[in-house]
Design a protein around this ligand. Structure first.
Ligand SMILES: Cc1cc2nc3c(=O)[nH]c(=O)nc-3n(C[C@H](O)[C@H](O)[C@H](O)COP(=O)(O)OP(=O)(O)OC[C@H]3O[C@@H](n4cnc5c(N)ncnc54)[C@H](O)[C@@H]3O)c2cc1C
Length: 401
């Protein structure tokens, strides 16, 4: 918590804390701690109900301008909200892709009609979104997108395959980067389409031409999916930016993902580190000089991250998130993956076995397995280093084959 908080920010913190304390009770009392990485299927309907409750009280999209249904909260207040949310151990959010990625993109680049159509259901948690960027041959090399779309009778007709699409099974809509200019290559000729994933009801049906296949991850759960578009359709007006401007829009969304979207996560990190230290005391690992050293380094790493986040925030406050957000992504992804490894080493051989029936993974095992993904998604470590090298340090561009 920041000692230099203004009286307004302190009052805002108290308001958030009081509201969460009062509302994570009654029917939502048992919702604390539900969901999270590797546990994304846990109590989905309950978490959806909780998030709609949050929305009804005006606590979704707090950083959005008031004219779009947000609270117009300052960056400092957005951090405060996320910190208090984590401190209260409130359930993992279900609508974060719409709130943190697509919403800010539509606010920045959408038409008045798109803002009126798509923003209110994100605020109210009535429509959930997923991100259709990656393909089998377009991950780090996103400009190699091959999914294509063409206008046909007042609609876009979409064909191709996406992969690693997080939460697609739950999503009502997908923002899809696809090639709309036949014969174009790389980042030219791409467009950013908004594609309906469901025929309407939440009853498991998908729109015609959309096939979603869950992929089982190391944790045994399926956060992400393969998505096949086979003559799937969306209205001609459901394009953000002009045809051919998809790369520019897609990069802006990634800036939101790497920047503001991760504010406040350090409360959760701190709690996990404190948990690992408590575990080390219980197992006796705290007396191992090498593990003590790693615990201390982990604590120092968290402090450095906190200071860096403050600096990044100042940059974000001055405008759109820039390439500096790559530093944050690189630092937190690496730190969190190493924390997972540390938790396993603190557990020792006990980390290799499940406790007993129902032979589910423990929170530490889940942390270890899921955090392997932290240095991959939202741009891998290597890609972040390339961005820092080229756009921050001004080093020569990477040679392309
Ligand atoms: C948990 C999780 C959730 C995800 N959710 C989504 C989602 O919702 N929507 C979506 O579109 N995608 C999603 N992704 C996909 C993610 O964006 C990609 O995995 C990521 O961009 C890497 O692409 P790739 O998997 O194709 O690996 P590749 O690009 O094939 O990379 C393989 C390896 O080569 C390295 N590498 C590649 N290019 C270079 C280079 N130029 N220089 C140096 N090293 C390089 C990479 O760092 C990596 O180590 C998710 C991934 C994960 C793990």
């Amino acid at each position: 918590m920041n000692q230099n908080e203004t009286p307004e920010d302190r009052a805002f913190r108290a308001e958030v804390r009081d509201w969460l304390e009062a509302n994570l009770s009654g029917e939502f009392a048992h919702a604390r701690g539900l969901g999270g990485p590797g546990r994304e299927h846990e109590a989905f309907e309950e978490r959806l109900a909780w998030e709609r409750h949050l929305a009804a009280a005006g606590w979704t999209c707090v950083g959005w301008p008031e004219e779009h249904g947000g609270r117009g909260a300052s960056l400092a207040q957005q951090v405060i909200f996320n910190e208090e949310y984590a401190l209260a151990d409130a359930p993992a959010r279900v609508g974060h892709i719409g709130e943190n990625l697509l919403g800010p993109t539509i606010i920045a680049f959408g038409t008045a009609e798109q803002k009126a159509r798509f923003l209110p259901p994100i605020v109210a948690v009535e429509e959930l979104w997923c991100q259709g960027y990656s393909e089998p041959d377009a991950g780090s090399d996103l400009a190699n997108v091959q999914t294509r779309a063409e206008l046909d009778g007042g609609e876009w007709r979409i064909n191709g395959q996406k992969v690693w699409t997080s939460l697609a099974v739950e999503a009502d809509w997908c923002f899809v980067v696809c090639r709309t200019e036949p014969g174009s290559t790389r980042h030219h000729g791409l467009s950013y389409l908004l594609v309906p994933m469901r025929a309407g009801a939440r009853a498991g049906t998908t729109s015609p031409g959309v096939d979603i296949r869950p992929i089982v991850q190391l944790t045994g759960t399926s956060e992400f999916n393969e998505v096949f578009f086979d003559d799937a359709r969306t209205e001609a007006a459901n394009i953000v930016g002009a045809p051919g401007e998809g790369w520019k829009i897609a990069m802006a969304t990634l800036g939101f993902e790497r920047g503001v979207a991760t504010l406040g996560q350090q409360v959760g990190f701190r709690r996990e580190l404190e948990g690992v230290i408590a575990l080390a005391r219980r197992t006796g690992a705290i007396d191992d000089p090498l593990l003590r050293d790693r615990l201390t380094r982990s604590w120092a790493g968290l402090e450095i991250m906190r200071l860096n986040a403050t600096r990044t925030m100042a940059g974000v406050a001055a405008g759109a998130p820039g390439p500096e957000s790559s530093i944050s992504k690189l630092v937190w992804g690496t730190w969190h993956r190493e924390l997972g490894e540390l938790a396993m080493d603190v557990l020792g051989t006990a980390g290799l076995v499940a406790d007993g029936e129902p032979y589910d993974l423990s929170d530490w095992q889940r942390l270890f397995l899921f955090s392997r993904a932290d240095t991959i998604y939202a741009g891998s470590n290597e890609i972040q280093r390339n961005i820092i090298a080229e756009r921050v340090l001004g080093l020569p561009r990477e040679a392309r084959g």
